[in-house]
Design a protein around this ligand. Sequence first.
Ligand code: ZN
Length: 208
Amino acid sequence: MRVFPDPILRQRARKVTQFDAKLARLAADMVETMTAHRGVGLAANQVGALLRMCVVQPEDWDEALALVNPEIMRREGLREVEEGCLSLPGYRGMVNRAERIRVRYQDLSGKQLRLKADCMLAQAIEHETDHLNGILYIDHLIAHDRFFRIKVGEDGEVEYLPTGEPDAAELEAAARRMNQHPHLPQFDPTNGRPANPAAGQGRADAAD
Ligand code: ZN
């Protein structure tokens, strides 16, 4: 897993033109990595491949969906949501996301498809499409003080600590912990953890 501030996370991924077995293998690997880290979505540059592909799997889905060359055609509405990222382990922040999106993408065989999404799926697709453009959710923070360091206690109790910029040494340590304990909640986009009650009212977190 590539972790901030790895420069690949700031690069724009290239359009996929080869719909072959290699692409399918990469998608399968990404699904495996996302599942191991309890993420809801994962973009190819997070595993070191600069290709426009992401996988998403909201918690209530049996299977993951791979979106190749995804393009958000339309965004409607705005809601304040809590968000995290597997590449910024141990942090959460409040961002604005659309209520509904329409996305155009290709499947692994290259077929052009369209999808309407809302709630967690819309949030995940916005988050992952951002990754493919080198954008991280911390670029969308509602305010600097709406960014929190997460501490998970032995008993699974989650604490939200105010923080400034992500601290490189701490991120590295968090990434190590994450790779050792894939079952630690990692808070990638709305993975179903309870949200911070202090993080704002009128939250439209899709996490429940
Ligand atoms: Zn992410």
